[in-house]
Design a protein around this ligand. Structure first.
Ligand code: ZN
Length: 996
């Protein structure tokens, strides 16, 4: 799955920053068989081109609809009137980040009928292995009922008289078990255990090992509206009519809510999917269509059933089905695979760029992996409502609209890059994740880390001028290092069991750290050995499951014949099983360098001290003044025992500087003794290009972070930053501005803030003068230009602010079109310095535009207002879902929280609307955690910390638990930094900032 929606970290992270079946199916004729505005209405008629074929009795429909409305009304009342549980009874004391947050204790395994549920394990028994499924889904968009049939042929491994499998919010109406001779085996009882989302069927006779049996079910469920499982989505056609579609998102554990199944990644099986639909719709699934049959007698008049070809063996989370009225464009790849992009008919013209990029990436990955894509087709489909960025379902990948569609005239370079990266990510998964899948979610990082790494390799191949591997450092490694510096981080390989725990690891560590340590490994092994190892891994485990040891083994074999065999597992175990990463410190004694390593933590207190026993196999690389272009690598481990250790090495006596972690390719930070820092700062000041852009960026990142952790005087990163007046590369600038904005956030009400703004204006002025607002510069330059313009406006460079305001006025008066690369900056400035008129103008444009990237621009810009009343209205619009989709609530919250004027408003909104947030997203949702981080992690005052601790003391945050702990730790780090450095910052900045 792509993460981009999940992980869009911050504005500084660069561009990379959803019974009665006779009712018609997919007619959705009702004005509102939808979810917009959080309400469901059932007035038939006006929204579909063809009238519905409603064949259920009117009384049945009225009863069903009545029940749904009562349920919704009840929910609404709960949402409206239930106050956060903390109100009125605040516990003594607050929550510390090393304490456990309140969680509901697991209940005893009691089935819904009150009987004990005999299987009390969140994992399924291994006595039965599913082989082939045949699933027919009949989603009814009028009633939101789902009726289905599922038949599975399974093999018995161990004698058993019961079958346990997954089912969530489904009710079985028919259960039949047969042996291979089609003789029925009687069932004695069926039990449901919602806590583990399991169903237990007890049999009269035992099933015998070595034999195959079949289980046939009919069941009822629901078309969901929470962006998980099989859910309802909709879009607005140019005519203004709302069109409905049904789609699926199963990763990690939601296939079970669409059809009963063995919903664990290691239970791979073949799937034959059938979909009942109305005639004027198109159904898509993992495999191409086999045949369509008239099923009006069985399912309802006017309905047909699409039957798709049987799939290859795959995991349940990769099964997909979409039924829509979309159009498509398509091309054929070099190897004859049909690659199509599906979008609403009026938006297929926005898919041209994505299609061309997808074909190039597909051909490249096929060659890179040395393994032919095994399916005859691959569809990429845009989805109006989608919780993640995209999802790699085999043969039918689903994308947010903004991750796939773009208008060449209005889409910025950074948005274009985001589209290509997300496509590359999902295409890489077709091999790494789909063909070979992790055995269990513990190894999620392997799949997501690899795809996050491979997306850069793929895009680098088709756009070599985009400096993708430099951008990798900024968009992957640096965010990972920031999160992994917390004692509340987790090892990439982490034990998880239930859906809440599984959902929680779709995070920066699994994606970004996973990608970063694989990049480091590639630098050690070499690109070709790495690629051959990957090919061997895919070849050996095709259509199966593997764990990380299987990958290390395949990669090790690739090095056996080389002159430097690498004990890959020994090395990588230190990076995957341990939380965090090392800080390598270099000290010089004459011509000797002593390199020591220690677990790096941002908050280094006795209660959360660094784990001194943590050591890593660090491939320490360095360059010196004697040979700035020659990289030397030394292992930080004992050569005999191969245990990680500190080391000493020699350098020529006359070198004036040494710089470690060349090109920031290693997943570690470096500190130096003061004399070496001073020497490095001198090089940056006099001859900055002695170091590569990645090296310059890394010096900035390490210096600021070490100062934040109290390990380096804060004047070091500030002094170092002075060289930026001569800096002209994207990577160092984007890195520095990340830190300077963070500094601005914590200084928001401090005296030093004014001096900081003068300092940054001084730094950006030279480059601003050169670049200005003229666009149509090469891609990487346009990314740099955006950084400079945003910073110039943000830090109040008057010439930049005035020009942005002038451009906004001209645009608003209809005198000009704004170039795509600068329009969001102009929108934000116009809104920041404008009032209600300017805000409402942009709000109306947001509601009108059909271009996904433009919608995103407005969503973010609308949060830039300086007026608390406007910001409060905006937050209310988002929470009440007036014109803002559920998937976009997080974007609004994050954007307003970044605005110093809106920061506390967001925190207040989160507290007062907590119950609504919980109902909307669910506890087993990654979104909860993201909202918490967005709302509070930038706090820097002890009173605000206390407020967060107090509110969450009695709140069950589900999957957001770790995010909450991390936020508390980040707040503590901010408080520590300010208390230590406030005065020194003020003195240094006032002394070194030009008058302004
Ligand atoms: Zn992914």
């Amino acid at each position: 799955m792509d993460s981009s929606a999940r992980r869009r970290p911050d504005r500084n992270a660069g561009p990379n920053a959803y019974h009665e079946d006779e009712v018609t199916v997919l007619t959705g004729p009702s004005k509102s068989a939808g979810i917009e505005d959080g309400k469901i209405n059932y007035e038939k008629g006006e929204f579909y081109t063809n009238p519905p074929v409603a064949t259920c009795s009117r009384r049945q429909a009225v009863v069903i609809i009545g029940l749904i409305l009562v349920t919704l009304l009840t929910c609404s009342l709960i949402i409206a009137f239930v106050r956060p549980s903390h109100c009125g009874h605040v516990d003594e004391g607050g929550l510390d980040f090393h304490e456990e947050v309140a969680v509901t204790a697991p209940p005893e395994a009691i089935a819904t009928n009150g009987e004990p549920f005999p299987w009390n394990d969140v994992r399924l028994p291994d006595s039965i292995v599913p082989l082939r499924y045949s699933v027919v889904l009949h989603p009814n968009l009028t009633t939101l009922f789902l009726r289905g049939q599922m038949e599975v042929v399974f093999a018995v491994q161990k004698e058993t008289n019961f079958i346990v499998f997954h089912g969530k919010d489904v009710t079985l109406t028919v259960v039949m078990v047969k042996d291979k001779n089609m003789r029925e085996i009687l069932t004695t009882r069926t039990l449901y255990y919602p806590y583990h989302q399991q169903i237990y069927i007890e049999l009269k006779n035992y099933l015998l090992p070595g034999n195959n049996y079949s289980l046939a079910l009919r069941y009822e469920g629901m078309v969901r509206t929470d962006l998980e499982g099989l859910y309802l989505s909709s879009y607005k056609a140019p005519s203004g009519m709302k069109r409905y579609l049904v789609t699926t998102h199963f990763q990690p554990t939601s296939a079970r809510s669409a059809f009963p199944c063995w919903d664990e990644p290691n239970f791979k099986a073949r799937f034959k999917i059938g979909a009942v639909r109305q005639r004027n719709y198109v159904a898509l699934s993992n495999m191409p269509l086999d045949n369509t049959e008239d099923v009006s007698i069985f399912w309802g008049s006017g309905l047909v059933q699409d039957n798709f070809h049987e799939s290859v063996a795959m995991s349940t989370y990769l099964v997909a089905l979409v039924v829509s009225d979309y159009g498509r464009i398509q091309e054929v790849t070099k190897t004859g695979v049909t690659l199509s992009i599906y979008a609403p008919p009026h938006m297929t013209n926005q898919a041209e760029f994505a299609l061309k990029a997808a074909v190039k990436l597909f051909d490249y990955f096929q060659s890179f992996f040395g393994f032919s894509y095994p399916l005859p087709k691959l569809d990429l489909i845009s989805m109006p409502d989608f919780a993640a960025g995209a999802m790699e379902n085999w043969g039918l990948a689903v994308f947010r609209e903004s991750a796939l569609l773009m208008d060449n005239n209005t889409t910025s370079s950074s948005a274009k890059q985001r589209v290509v990266l997300i496509i590359a990510h999902e295409l890489a998964h077709q091999w790494f994740g789909n063909l070979v899948t992790m055995k269990w979610w513990d190894d999620l990082w392997l799949s997501e880390g690899f795809a996050s790494f491979a997306e850069y390799i793929g895009v680098h191949h088709i756009f070599p001028e985009w400096a993708m591997m430099d951008q990798f450092i900024h968009s992957k490694t640096m965010p990972a290092l920031r999160t992994d510096a917390l004692s509340t981080s987790h090892p990439v390989s982490v034990t998880v069991a239930d859906p809440i725990e599984i959902e929680a690891i779709f995070d920066t560590i699994s994606y970004n750290k996973g990608a970063s340590i694989l990049y480091m490994l590639q630098r050690v092994l070499g690109e070709e050995i790495m690629r051959r190892g990957l090919m061997l891994y895919l070849e050996r485990h095709q259509y199966g499951n593997a764990n990380m040891d299987d990958l290390w083994h395949a990669l090790s074999l690739g090095t056996l014949n080389s002159s430097h065999p690498v004990p890959v597992k020994d090395m990588m175990d230190t990076w995957t099983h341990q939380l965090g990463y090392p800080l390598v410190t270099l000290r010089r004694h004459g011509n000797m360098i002593h390199a020591s390593q220690k677990h790096f933590l941002l908050v280094n207190s006795s209660a959360h001290g660094a784990n001194s026993s943590h050591k890593w196999h660090v491939p320490l690389s360095f360059t010196t003044s004697a040979a700035p272009n020659i990289e030397t690598q030394i292992w930080m481990r004992d050569p005999l025992s191969l245990r990680a250790s500190d080391i000493n090495f020699e350098i020529p006596m006359n070198v004036s500087w040494i710089k470690a972690n060349v090109n920031a390719s290693g997943y570690y930070r470096v500190n130096y003794e003061p004399a070496i820092w001073q020497a490095l700062i001198r090089v940056l000041a006099n001859q900055p290009t002695t170091f590569s852009p990645a090296d310059r960026a890394q010096l900035i990142d390490d210096a600021f972070t070490l100062a934040w952790a109290g390990m380096l005087n804060v004047t070091v990163p500030l002094t170092l930053s002075q060289y930026l007046v001569n800096e002209t590369d994207y990577l160092p600038w984007s890195t520095a501005l990340t830190h300077l904005r963070k500094l601005d956030t914590v200084l928001s009400i401090r005296t030093a803030r004014r001096s900081l703004h003068c300092f940054v204006r001084h730094l950006v002025t030279p480059l601003y003068s050169i670049m200005g607002w003229t666009t149509k510069v090469p891609h990487i330059q346009s990314l740099l230009q955006r950084e400079i313009l945003e910073a110039a406006v943000y830090f109040g460079l008057s010439s930049a602010v005035n020009e942005a305001r002038r451009l906004f006025t001209q645009w608003m008066s209809g005198q000009m079109q704004l170039p795509p690369d600068i329009r969001d900056i102009v929108y934000s400035t116009g809104i920041k310095y404008g009032g209600w008129t300017e805000w409402d103008y942009c709000w109306q444009r947001y509601k009108e535009t059909t271009v996904p990237d433009e919608r995103l621009n407005f969503l973010r810009a609308l949060a830039a207002s300086n007026d608390p009343w406007i910001l409060q209205q905006y937050l209310d619009f988002a929470m009440e879902r007036n014109s803002i989709r559920v998937q976009d609530i997080r974007t609004v919250v994050e954007s307003v929280a970044r605005n110093p004027v809106g920061s506390l408003l967001v925190w207040r909104q989160l507290q007062t609307r907590w119950n609504m947030i919980e109902v909307t997203f669910g506890r087993a949702s990654f979104t909860i955690g993201r909202l918490i981080v967005a709302a509070v992690s930038h706090f820097h005052d002890p009173l605000d910390l206390k407020s967060v601790q107090t509110f969450f003391r009695n709140v069950n945050v589900g999957s957001g638990k770790r995010s909450l702990m991390q936020s508390l730790e980040l707040i503590q780090a901010n408080i520590n930094f300010l208390s230590k450095n406030d005065r020194q910052l003020e003195q240094w900045l006032s002394r070194n900032s030009p008058r302004c």
